[in-house]
Design a binder for this molecule. Structure first.
Ligand code: PLP
Ligand code: TYF
Length: 395
């Protein structure tokens, strides 16, 4: 049965991690995969997470099954974290949250749910978008179309082109938006653009689908969710996929949430029953540990404060590195967009050949698209990274 199968290429992001590991140079720098790193280049367990794990170890009483929706407390607290505790949709009981295996699990189950709502649904995604969006959504059988998002010459949002394109979408089409910290470009919508896109979605009867995987790593927990929150104040139905991988550093614990905002509480119950049925037929129920940690943190004031402090420090470090890199590159060209962008990623805007030189000659690893993980640098490695980039673009 297996003999006719061809070997497929690896995920290019995860493949690059392996090439990096095998590079013997001691001064190599990994700007590839999107994991947060500290000044020492490590991705440590956050102290609030360690403390919550310790408490769990002492208080957890069972490992019995958790059920397809996951933990009720986690779901309630995640709804509040993303939407803000006072959000009208929460008060009107129009929000239903389920715990998922990471943001990826949320994205995929959202796609399966959409397929049940509308078997011929079309999802519009930004060009470019996170490469995994395509298999996660397309794999559920949704039709994927693209809207232009990034102007490749200025590396900023081409909002006019985005709006012009989405004017062609039909009622009932789904629009995937990055809640903040656009992956791969770092170019986000500003407040006016969020309002304008909300107007367009409302006028055309589209369904907004928000992927928010970096809340707290752009400018702060509330600021990063502002666009989503305001959109969800105006529209009757919204789907939100949220991830705890980056902001809690729980990557391998596979912790995320899927939120359905429905027009009425009654419709929300029916929609959630469909979603839970889809979950049962895919993985039955989510893993527990990561969500139990998040619930413990969000529900314990001193852990919450500790976590917010750590997250704010990560966020500030990224902003400082952004400012430092764009300044260090100023003699080589206009890289000021790096300072204006948010989150872990920006494109350098160099060619695949230049990316190859940076990797082979300088041991500086980034995706072929020139996407860099800003948090992959430290104040020690940044000058060398900047020097190498300046050298390569100056040739
Ligand atoms: N969405 C985006 C844009 C991402 O970059 C990621 C990954 O890091 C995710 C979703 C989901 O990640 P995870 O499944 O690890 O929570
Ligand atoms: O874009 C990134 O680097 C992160 C991490 O299959 C990631 O989102 C990369 C590939 C993948 C899962 C997560």
């Amino acid at each position: 049965m297996f003999e006719q199968l061809k070997t497929l290429p690896q995920d290019p992001i995860l493949g690059l991690m392996k090439t990096f590991r095998e590079d013997p140079r001691s001064d190599k720098v990994d700007l590839g995969v999107g994991v947060y790193r500290d000044e020492a280049g490590e991705t440590p367990i956050m102290a609030a997470v360690q403390a919550a794990q310790q408490r769990l170890l002492e208080t957890e009483t069972t490992k019995a099954y958790i059920g397809p929706a996951g933990a009720e407390g986690f779901n309630r607290l995640m709804g509040q974290l993303v939407l803000g505790a006072e959000h009208p949709a929460l008060k009107e009981q129009r929000v239903n949250v389920v715990q998922t295996p990471g943001g990826c699990g949320a994205l995929r189950m959202a796609a399966e749910f959409l397929k049940l709502c509308k078997p011929d649904a079309t999802v519009w995604v930004s060009t470019p978008t996170w490469a995994n969006h395509i298999p996660l959504l397309g794999g559920a059988g949704l039709t994927i179309r693209e809207y232009p998002y990034l102007d490749p010459s200025s590396l900023s949002v081409n909002f006019d082109a985005m709006v012009d394109c989405l004017e062609q979408a039909e009622a009932g089409d789904v629009v995937l938006l990055h809640g903040c910290c656009h992956n791969p470009s770092g170019a986000d919508l500003d407040a006016d653009q969020w309002t304008a896109i909300t107007d367009l979605i409302e006028r055309k009867g589209l369904l907004p689908f928000i992927d928010i995987a970096y809340q707290g790593l752009g400018e702060g927990l509330d600021k990063d969710a502002d666009g989503v929150r305001r959109l969800a104040e105006r529209l009757p139905e919204v789907i939100i996929a949220s991830s705890c991988s980056k902001n809690f550093g729980l990557y391998r614990e596979r912790t995320g949430a899927l939120m359905l905002i429905s027009a009425t509480a009654q419709q929300g119950l029916a929609a959630t029953s469909q979603l839970l049925s889809a979950i049962r037929s895919h993985y039955s129920m989510p893993p527990s540990h990561g969500a139990a940690v998040v619930e413990m943190i969000l529900d314990t004031p001193e852990l919450m404060q500790q976590w917010q402090g750590e997250l704010d420090a990560m966020c500030s470090r990224i902003l400082e590195l952004r400012a430092a890199l764009s300044q260090a590159l100023a003699p080589a060209g206009d890289f000021s967009f790096i300072e204006r962008q948010r989150g872990m990623f920006s494109f350098l805007g160099v060619s695949p050949e230049q990316v190859k030189i940076l990797r082979e000659e300088f041991g500086i690893y980034m995706l072929d698209s020139s996407r860099i993980n800003i948090a992959g640098m430290s104040t020690t490695t940044l000058p060398r990274v900047a020097e190498a980039i300046a050298d390569v673009v100056g040739r």
